[in-house]
Design a protein around this ligand. Structure first.
Ligand code: EPU
Length: 313
């Protein structure tokens, strides 16, 4: 929906706002259309009030993390897009309540920087996130991770501004962390407290390096891509199978639709040429789903999130 006189949503709030902003450059794919309204809140209160107003007026509110797992439609997105890149939503408070094993990470903080900072300080527990591009909020939402663990393993509590604009703190024992999903309610993650353990900084740095090297040896780290496109499916015998392997076995490595193609290194990585359209990616996704279903009898579900005008946020 196009928002009539959008400034009424934010003009009295402590935010920075931009109209008609290209979103492609803010995503890892680097393609897609524009946001009608991009808002950068400078306080939790401003975010909460904005969320309340969007709910009141039936305006979709979407949160843009680091854009690492996101594809924006060529026609762009309507409503409000929020980005937590202002001071209060960045960074990490180490030594929470004077305890070295506790820290609070703000919603817009970069996971890559967090991994590096923890390694430098000799704090163990976050290194499974090495080489996973994400903001804290995006990582929590997706329970991001891989072979070496997931962010949920380290979570103590998560604070969310809900769609109703209320700030709630969800303790760990109330959250279910599953495979690339959580039971957290919708809304914007504003911080999470994480648990780490003091360890030898050299050992910490080495673990980060090893995990990163493993990823580099098995995945294309440089292409314009959003990492794995599909969730690993559960096969009829209950085993979780690598979507990349299924795509590879279906002979689809290197397959192409317009400017979008399947990586020749790892079947679950789709990448794009400069100038590609989101529609190219969508057609390639549909073709892969159809061919994998025909060959292996399983439906692949996308892990990457698609944003489209008119969709429920
Ligand atoms: N394989 C192939 N061909 C391929 C890809 C993989 O034969 O094209 C084989 C590999 O040789 C290996 C097996 O499949 O024997 C599993 O491959 P890999 O270790 O790469 O793991 P994956 O299951 O394909 C998952 C995550 C990745 C994560 C890796 C490593 C999903 C959808 N993918 O991939 O996460 O990096 O494990 O921990 O859960 C992401 O979430 O964006 C992502 C890339």
């Amino acid at each position: 929906m196009t928002v009539a006189s959008p400034s009424r949503l934010y003009s009295d709030l402590d935010v920075r706002a931009e109209l008609d902003v290209p979103l492609g450059p803010q995503t890892w794919f680097g393609i897609g259309g524009r946001a009608d309204l991009l808002v950068h809140p400078r306080s939790v209160d401003a975010l909460a009030t904005l969320a309340r107003r969007c709910r009141r007026d039936g305006i979709p509110l979407r949160v843009l993390g680091s854009g690492a797992n996101l594809l924006v439609d060529d026609e762009g997105v309507d409503g409000v897009v929020v980005k937590l890149d202002e001071g209060p939503f960045q960074g990490v408070d180490f030594n929470l309540e004077g305890r070295v094993e506790r820290m609070r990470v703000h919603g817009g903080a970069s996971m890559e920087r967090l991994v590096q900072a923890c390694a430098r300080q000799g704090l163990r527990g976050i290194e499974p996130m090495s080489g996973i591009p994400a903001s804290l909020g995006g990582a929590i939402r997706m329970n991001a991770g891989g072979k070496f663990g997931a962010i949920g393993d380290a979570v103590d509590a998560v604070a969310i501004v809900g769609l109703d604009g209320e700030l709630r703190v969800h303790p760990r024992d109330e959250i279910r962390f599953g495979y690339r999903e959580t039971s957290l309610p919708e809304g914007t993650v504003v911080w999470a407290s994480l648990r780490v353990e003091p360890d030898d900084p050299v050992a910490c740095r080495n673990r980060v390096k090893e995990i990163f090297a493993y990823k580099k040896s098995t995945q294309p780290m440089s292409a314009s891509s959003a990492g794995c496109m599909f969730r690993n499916p559960t096969m009829p015998d209950g085993r979780r199978e690598s979507a990349g392997r299924l795509i590879d076995l279906a002979g689809l490595k290197g397959a192409r639709e317009g400017g979008a193609f399947v990586s020749t290194e790892h079947g679950n990585f789709l990448a794009v040429d400069k100038g590609a359209a989101t529609d190219d990616v969508r057609r390639l996704v549909e073709r892969i789903q159809a061919e994998v279903a025909a060959k292996h009898g399983v439906e692949l579900e996308t892990e990457v999130v698609f944003w489209r005008r008119g969709d429920e946020a």
